[in-house]
Design a protein around this ligand. Structure first.
Ligand code: ZN
Ligand code: ZN
Length: 533
């Protein structure tokens, strides 16, 4: 028997990163390494923690520990998509780029690669961030194949600079295990386009009132999405406006220019007619603040500044530009409306989501139909909201892992997966001399409802429009309705016995067990039926 389990070193609750050790039979695969300190994963001193490492995308909470891992184990293979290998360096400013480039080996999209005998992985674009990938791991054994899909951070919708997770390609995959992120829990979001319009409208209103707008953003992903939104949204194109980009967000923009051939075609087309980001000519203009600080300080008209999440506003306030609106991204669902700034500064939260909302997460799971689902990445309360959704827990084996606690993933035996709700059974009709017989496949009896349906062995048919509806007649109803049975309903006889089903005795201790009996029969093992209706 092949054993599957998952030992989490980081499950992405609130501030911690993601790092999961997946065991597939004889192999151990480390999924992401978003830990600041990797001591915890050194289970055996001096020995690599896994046979290989897969990095889903370049965000810090998934990649931070990779550099240290590479230093300690130069031979340990680490893999990611080509785009991710290019974006990773931003996590370690000041480290020699040559060294960074050797951290990770690039794998192609949608092509299973065999790492060890029987163990392969396929990369599927996951939306969320350019290069972000889901991993479909397969372990082939003589008996069967075992499959695990790890989504990393994923987003079903298209954003401006990355296409959404191609759910169509994976519909009906039925992996044994799905490891999925649940950042936003069961929250419901408006469509991405609506979120964009709302934000664009808010920025325009502020500018029209003479306020400048500060947009603190993570260095990779949201920063460039915001810039692209400002560059291409109809409310901004042609507008006489200067957008200033500062801090790591500017480095992030440079990194995006390097991966331009991997960005969506629409973006590449855009970039053929005008620069993607740095542009002095086409309105709205975009400048790197570090290069033009003097000009930035000279100007007086309201502007937009994009900078790092933890930057303070003071460094951008000039005598001419005193009125600011700070727009902070709602990066997760537990983040409350907050303001660490003074009362004079207006600060608001906005939503421009790059993770699935609750509806999309459920949709993803229903389309894949896994046996086990492991939820990571999000506040424990929001992840628990997902595991308490009836539509999920009634169909799949759900897990909410804790750091350091192994999640066992038994395949097949322990959880009877309910049948798809709209399953159809094909049968055959035969018109005989005095009756009609209907034959249905035996697989019908595997449904837990079959026992009730077949309780008495009698069915009732009635027309519903052009369709014929079948219904099993329960024992209690039979007693009430059949005239000659009604006579004996108060007597102690087979007809009123708990074990009388389908005209047979089903009482293992009765001498009549499994024999066809008449309703007015009797034996010493008689037990009165409980009529609850
Ligand atoms: Zn991410
Ligand atoms: Zn993440």
């Amino acid at each position: 028997v092949v054993e599957l389990d998952c030992l989490p070193f980081g499950v992405g609750h609130t501030d911690e990163g993601v790092c999961l050790l997946l065991r597939l039979g004889p192999y151990r695969v480390l999924l992401d390494c978003g830990l600041k300190n990797i001591d915890a994963i050194m289970v055996k001193p001096g020995q690599p923690p896994a046979d290989l490492v897969l990095c889903s995308h370049a965000h810090r909470d998934h990649a931070e520990g990779l550099l240290e891992l590479r230093r300690r184990f130069p031979q340990l293979p680490i893999y990611a998509s080509e785009t991710t290998t290019q974006l990773l360096a931003l996590n370690w400013p000041g480290i020699d780029a040559k060294f960074i480039h050797h951290i990770c080996q690039a794998l192609p999209w949608r092509t299973p690669v065999e790492f060890c005998e029987g163990l392969s992985a396929e990369l599927i674009p996951a939306g969320h961030l350019p290069g972000a990938s889901a991993f479909l791991l397969t372990l082939n054994t003589p008996q069967r194949a075992y499959t695990v899909l790890y989504t990393g951070d994923c987003f079903l919708s298209n954003s401006r600079l990355v296409e959404g997770f191609p759910l169509d390609e994976l519909r009906g995959l039925r992996p044994d295990v799905l490891i999925v992120e649940g950042t936003y829990g069961t929250a419901r979001h408006p469509r991405r386009r609506q979120q964009e319009n709302r934000l664009a409208g808010r920025i325009i209103t502020a500018l029209d009132r003479g306020q400048s707008v500060l947009l603190p953003a993570p260095a990779l992903g949201l920063g460039q999405e915001l810039l692209m939104l400002l560059r291409s949204h109809h409310q901004f194109t042609g507008r006489d406006l200067d957008i200033w980009v500062d801090g790591d967000v500017a480095q992030g923009c440079d990194a995006y220019l390097e991966i331009l051939p991997h960005l969506p075609t629409s973006v590449q087309n855009f970039a053929q007619h005008q620069p993607l980001f740095w542009d002095d000519r086409v309105r709205p203009r975009v400048h790197r603040l570090a290069d033009r600080r003097q000009r930035f300080c000279r100007e007086t008209s309201p502007c937009v500044v994009l900078t790092d999440l933890n930057s303070s506003l003071e460094q951008y306030q000039t005598p001419e530009r005193q009125h600011w609106l700070v727009l902070r991204p709602q990066l997760n669902s537990w983040q409350a409306e907050n303001s660490d700034l003074s009362d004079q500064v207006q600060s608001e939260l906005y939503l421009l989501a790059d993770h699935c909302d609750g509806m999309a997460t459920a949709q993803l799971i229903h389309n894949l139909r896994p046996q086990h689902v492991i939820f990571v990445h999000g506040s424990p309360a929001y992840l628990a909201d997902l595991t308490s959704m009836e539509e999920l827990y009634s169909r799949y084996h759900l897990h909410l892992p804790q750091v350091g606690h192994r999640v066992e993933l038994p395949i097949g035996q322990t959880f009877l997966q309910p049948l798809a709700p709209d399953r159809l059974y094909e049968g055959e009709l035969a018109e005989l001399e005095s009756v009609v017989s209907l034959t249905l496949p035996q697989s019908l009896t595997a449904d837990p409802r079959w026992r009730n349906f077949a309780d008495t062995g009698l069915v009732e048919a009635r027309w519903q429009g052009e369709e014929l509806v079948l219904r099993g007649v329960p024992q209690w109803e039979m007693l009430n309705q059949t005239p000659d049975l009604a006579r004996i309903r108060d007597r102690a006889c087979c007809a009123t016995c708990h074990y009388f089903r389908g005209q047979h005795c089903r009482n293992p201790v009765s001498p009549l067990y499994e024999l066809k009996v008449t309703p007015d029969g009797f034996c010493p093992s008689y037990q009165k039926i409980e009529v609850s209706h």
